[in-house]
Ligand binder design. Structure first.
Ligand code: HEC
Ligand code: HEC
Ligand code: HEC
Length: 375
């Protein structure tokens, strides 16, 4: 097998399952974002044409490497025995991925505009050396560009694979050093990232949410094979419960290995349409499900981690209800919940590791109040 493309973007360490290996044959070297920035290309105004400016002015990724020099990063680095976070691959893998691209894979400076040294368009779109010219031709087929190394990002499954690499798994070492916990929720991330593209008419927030959860499950399951911990098992069981409770076809009894089962599910959801009615049904089912809050819940999780599993479930449920709301609003329908009641639910779900019986009871009370309104 060829060296996967993402490997030289150093992201692959974290996107550990097979599904992230669907990269092109041959290698298209990385051009700097400067080569996208002229006003006739992506340095103009509006969507698409303004991608570079939107990126430079408001995208969180353009600031990700600056984070590595702040006090919080210094504290994390110290705990890990790292001298400089900004120079350590333990941090730059996600915060400044361009730093890890082998020099042989960068276009020499005299052959193009300056490189973006930290985070660049290439980290999501792929090295552009081979497609930079063809992609300006409107008649050039997308599939052919993808063969040349342009990364497909059109559907939610493809995007999930691109984003999850940096947005879910942390190594045990980073967890112990108090890196802020990551929770992958694709729909929210896509809404929050300042958009430099236009969504299709049939974009579905619920579907995007669901695919994101399945891909998060896949990644945690794959990471668990390398670094098993009770905390990961707790999160895995919480996501499985959430998928099952949404009534969208997740097979609780599946005997397929979890990495594959989660990936197959994400792909299946990705290729099927989802109507507003289906979204609303999933919402109703999630809202009514109280099983995860019962004393007998999460029996397969180590006893001292069961409350944590409840916490992970609660955290992801609150996010789910928010996304489902978003979906209804986007479809021009009435939101299912008032903004205030959702906010209360978020406040009632502190970090999973702090969950206890009282916190759980309070969370369920908020949920009951929302359920009553929706009767
Ligand atoms: C697996 C990818 C990954 C790695 C590796 C990683 N980070 Fe992060 N880090 C993130 C993401 C994603 C966020 C944003 C989390 C959020 O806001 O939800 C983040 C957030 C942070 C924050 C909080 C930033 C803020 O504005 O709140 C700090 C500080 C930080 N990282 C420092 C580090 C340091 C130091 C290292 C290395 C020791 C490191 N990170 C390694 C992905 C990573
Ligand atoms: C964090 C990931 C990320 C980064 C970094 C990023 N993009 Fe994007 N970009 C996306 C996603 C996701 C889409 C939507 C793709 C789609 O729907 O096909 C997109 C779409 C686009 C589109 C529209 C393409 C189309 O077919 O509609 C352009 C143009 C674009 N990006 C240019 C850039 C440029 C230029 C940069 C660097 C300055 C950049 N992007 C950096 C994620 C990213
Ligand atoms: C190479 C790693 C990497 C990839 C790939 C990546 N991100 Fe990020 N992202 C980060 C890091 C690191 C941060 C934290 C920035 C900081 O330091 O404040 C971040 C922050 C963000 C934030 C703001 C903080 C938050 O968590 O709400 C959003 C939104 C976001 N990313 C969306 C996306 C989306 C959408 C994609 C896929 C299209 C994506 N990212 C792909 C590394 C990545």
């Amino acid at each position: 097998m060829q060296v996967p493309f993402t490997l030289f973007l150093a992201v692959i360490f974290f996107c550990v399952s097979e599904a992230c290996f669907g990269e092109p044959e041959g290698v298209s070297r990385v051009l700097g974002s400067g080569s996208c920035a002229t006003s006739g290309c992506h340095g103009g105004a509006g969507l698409g044409k303004g991608a570079y400016n939107i990126w430079k002015h408001s995208d969180p990724h353009d600031k990700a490497s600056a984070t590595l020099t702040n006090g919080q990063s210094t504290a994390i680095a110290q705990k890990m025995g790292i001298k400089s976070a900004a120079d350590s691959v333990s941090c730059t893998a996600c915060h400044a991925p361009m730093k890890n691209v082998a020099p042989s894979l960068l276009m020499p400076a005299d052959q193009g505009p300056a490189e973006d040294k930290d985070f660049s368009c290439a980290n999501c779109h792929g090295g552009a050396e081979k497609w930079i010219l063809s992609h300006t031709r409107p008649d050039y087929p997308r599939a052919a560009l993808e063969k040349l190394g342009m990364r497909p990002l059109g559907n939610a499954y493809q995007r999930a694979n691109a984003c999850v690499a940096c947005h879910q798994n942390l190594s045990n070492e980073l967890v112990k050093a108090n890196h802020p916990p990551l929770i992958f929720e694709l729909d929210g991330l896509l809404v929050e990232q300042p958009k430099h593209w236009r969504e299709d008419e049939d974009f579905s927030h619920v579907k995007t949410w669901l695919i994101g959860q399945a891909v998060a499950l896949r990644e945690i399951a794959a990471q668990t094979l390398r670094e098993p911990t009770d905390a990961r098992t707790a999160e895995i069981e919480a996501i499985k419960e959430l998928l099952a409770a949404s009534g969208t076809g997740w097979d609780r009894e599946s005997k397929t290995d979890l990495v594959k089962a989660a990936d197959d599910f994400a792909k299946r959801v990705s290729t099927a349409p989802m109507s507003t009615t289906q979204a609303r049904t999933a919402l109703g089912l999630l809202l009514q499900n109280r099983k995860p809050f019962e004393i007998s819940a999460f029996g397969t999780v180590a006893e001292d981690h069961r409350m944590r599993a409840v916490g992970h479930y609660a955290e992801r449920l609150a996010l789910a209800l928010d996304r489902l709301n978003q979906s209804l609003i986007a479809a021009g329908e009435k939101a299912a919940f008032a903004e205030d009641s959702l906010n209360e639910l978020f406040i009632a779900s502190p970090p999973p590791k702090s969950f206890d019986v009282d916190i759980t009871e309070n969370f369920v009370r908020k949920l009951d109040a929302m359920t009553a309104v929706n009767k």
